[in-house]
Structure formats: C-alpha cells, structure tokens
Design a protein around this ligand. Structure first.
Ligand SMILES: [Zn+2]
Ligand SMILES: [Zn+2]
Length: 260
C-alpha cells in the first residue's frame, strides 16, 4: 500500500490522532500520498459522532500546516467523508472550497428523502430498505460530487443473506459507478469488525466477496482504503491481510489522486 485516501482525525471524537500523527505513520511505511477524509460535521441533523461545525476550520488548518512541513516526502490531500442529502448542494458547498475531494459515506437512508427521518445503513433488514440504499447511492453519484463511495456494500451489514434483491442492489451500484466514473472503495476497516453469520458462513461484514464478484463483472474502478481511526491502523496486520485479498481482484484499480 502506497497511498490511503480514507483517513480520519481526532476532531470527529471517535478517532485518535492529529494530522501529524497520521502523516508520520504514512512516512514510516513509505507512503507517497495520504488523503484525510474525516466525517463531515452536521450539527443540524446530528448524525452522531462527527466533528462539530465550529471545528471544521481547525481540521483544515491542522492538515494544511502539517502538510507543508512534510511536502518533500509525501503529498497530502484534504477531503471529507460525507452523507448525501437531498438538497441543492448547499451542505457540500460550505466545505468544498477548502477541499480536494469528497468521499460518499452513506451511513443512513432517509424516509421521504428527509434527513430527520433516517434509518442506519448498518441496520437495514427489508428488501425495500436495501433498494432505497441503492437508490440513494445512485442519486448521490449522479450529482458527481463524490470521487469515491466508501464501503458501498454497507447495506449487507444488516441484510445478511446475499439473495436476488441484494444482487440487484449490487448491480445497480456498480452500474451507476461506471456511468458516473465513481470509484468504489474496498474498505479494510470492515475486517476489524466482528464476524457475522450469513448464508455464506461466518464472515467480516465488509468487504463482501459476493458484492465484489459483481464489481469484477462490471469491471468497476476501485480503491483500497484503511478507513483508519487511529494512526497505527493505517497499515497494520489487518491491512496487510486485506491488501493481499484485494490484490487478487480484477477491477480497475486506482491508487493515486491524479487517477481520480
Ligand atoms: Zn468513523
Ligand atoms: Zn470512514
């Protein structure tokens, strides 16, 4: 692994480490590029553990001042992992002038497209809910705001069996990704989560092989991320194991920011 574009920051209040802590770890492992994508603030809807609205500029300043000090060793980019909302882009526009990219991290689906009426993407159980998850990912990708979709198969976390509906959603996501030139993420952080019982046995909730079989069929663009919430997770034993599995995929792999 030489790059990672899904890196968190202590300002989200459930990760540890500031910009320098992560950059030092990246340098230690010989990375050439790192991108920060902490959870975007949203005090209005209170999505849970996120940085506060008032902390956003501190996030930007911490990364920008640190990146200059290390610029001869590695290149640092700044982004956010952010939810899609059904607005006209106002939510994203308040951040985007400070950023190089957005990652879509859709941790919720919405009833009637209303962020106040939300269901966690980790707990979807019905066919209707996972179909809605596919729809919101596609609607998000169509806006072209996002370079990467984080853990696209998150809908399988609660909807355990990869049945015909789960396959249909996987196909919809892959088809939309190709049509909009969006990169799908192979998220190593899922391998840090406890195994769950599915119709394919006891497995980590994501990355999910049945989803990635479809992704291979569509020959999607993909990227490997650690989604690290502490500096040591940037490239630990779990990531080395995930990297090995990812290396066997036949998708169109993206590694560097200029390929975005
Ligand atoms: Zn997080
Ligand atoms: Zn993340």
């Amino acid at each position: 692994m030489k790059t990672n574009f899904h890196t968190h920051h202590e300002l989200c209040r459930h990760a540890g480490g500031n910009a320098e802590d992560y950059i030092k770890e990246a340098v230690k492992h010989g990375f050439t590029e790192i991108g920060f994508s902490d959870h975007a603030p949203n005090d209005t809807y209170d999505f849970g553990y996120r940085m506060r609205d008032e902390d956003f500029l501190q996030y930007v300043n911490d990364i920008n001042t640190t990146k200059r000090r290390y610029s001869d060793i590695l290149t640092t980019y700044i982004g956010l992992e952010i939810e899609h909302l059904y607005d006209n882009g106002e939510y994203h526009n308040q951040f985007k002038d400070h950023l190089d990219y957005f990652i879509l991290g859709q941790h919720f689906i919405f009833v009637d497209k209303d962020p106040k009426k939300r269901i966690s993407s980790f707990g979807l159980t019905s066919k209707e809910e996972i179909i809605e998850y596919g729809n919101i990912l596609c609607d998000a990708m169509k806006t072209k705001r996002y370079k990467i979709v984080a853990h696209p198969e998150l809908y399988l976390y609660g909807y355990l069996d990869f049945d015909a509906t789960a396959e249909q959603v996987a196909r919809q996501i892959c088809e939309c990704a190709n049509r909009t030139n969006t990169i799908l993420e192979y998220n190593g952080n899922g391998y840090r989560r406890d195994k769950i019982q599915t119709n394919e046995g006891m497995i980590h909730p994501y990355p999910r092989q049945s989803f990635w079989n479809i992704a291979e069929e569509y020959n999607v663009r993909s990227i490997l991320s650690s989604d690290c919430h502490s500096p040591k997770q940037l490239y630990d034993d779990t990531m080395k194991e995930v990297e090995e599995i990812y290396s066997k995929l036949s998708t169109r792999k993206v590694t560097y920011f200029e390929q975005f």
